[in-house]
Ligand binder design. Sequence first.
Ligand SMILES: NC(=O)c1ccc[n+]([C@@H]2O[C@H](COP(=O)([O-])OP(=O)(O)OC[C@H]3O[C@@H](n4cnc5c(N)ncnc54)[C@H](O)[C@@H]3O)[C@@H](O)[C@H]2O)c1
Length: 280
Amino acid sequence: MQLIALRAYVRLTYDLRACCHQPVTFSRAESAPLLSGRRALVTGGAGGIGAAVAARFAELGATGTILDIPGGPRDGIPQGWQVADVDVRDEDSVAAGVRAAVAAHGGLDAVVAAAGVVPTWQRTAALDLTDFARVLDINVLGVAATVKHTAPLLGEGATFTVVASLNSWRGDPNIASYVASKHAALGIVRSASLALGPAGVRVNAVGPGPIATGALVGRMSARRDETGLTVDEALDAAAKATALGRIATVAEVVEAIVFLTAPMSSGITGQLLNVDCGIL
Ligand SMILES: NC(=O)c1ccc[n+]([C@@H]2O[C@H](COP(=O)([O-])OP(=O)(O)OC[C@H]3O[C@@H](n4cnc5c(N)ncnc54)[C@H](O)[C@@H]3O)[C@@H](O)[C@H]2O)c1
């Protein structure tokens, strides 16, 4: 009886394997760079983590397009990449940026939504709701517009990765709008992974802890009156709060995004991959 049940289980497993998507191997010669032939789109790719993603993707053989706020800095755009002036709050502007990416590279295989803002500290009783809406507009509706306009272009093996945050799972008394926005971004990731999974498209998020980008250092400096901490002291306190006793680097966040984009993570979708040196 047990043997019959085992045979039925094996046959069912085999049938499921036959009918579902098999692990994806993006065509790449063994010696070719990891992201060779991939056509990327990176929102917020002109600065901070997004710029480091674009640079690393280019090193690994991807071509691509950066969508970033009009009038922002344009230094360090990788060779062969282009920038489209896009405010992710403006859906028409996102749609135009996606069209420009497709016109330049013929399609899209790897999207990274890194555009985002962190508000100034506000206590609960002093929440500025206009600013709250601005943060949601960029960090939530910006991601929603990006997935909406890229999803129809993504096929088997393509990926969409959101730069979410430690605050996608943890609260913070001083930045409720940011916490709400990053929880919502994870909700978009989980929902889109279910919607796009049948087409073989994977959707994931990375959850960086504090990363010493210019943006974070600037915020720490601006908060000195409230915290009583210099930037170095604030970074030291953040380091002491992790299992590894240090904060993660931009490069470590970028490598996690590379991993989620490359075929070696082909069984992973709908996940938040924390890159925080162990904030538990
Ligand atoms: N630095 C950290 O400690 C940290 C930690 C966790 C998560 N994050 C997330 O990482 C992402 C990048 O942050 P960062 O530290 O590199 O910040 P950053 O300010 O250095 O870079 C953000 C980029 O997004 C662009 N951008 C902002 N608003 C935009 C808009 N409306 N439309 C298009 N582009 C826009 C900016 O011009 C900039 O190039 C954000 O989503 C942020 O929430 C950062």
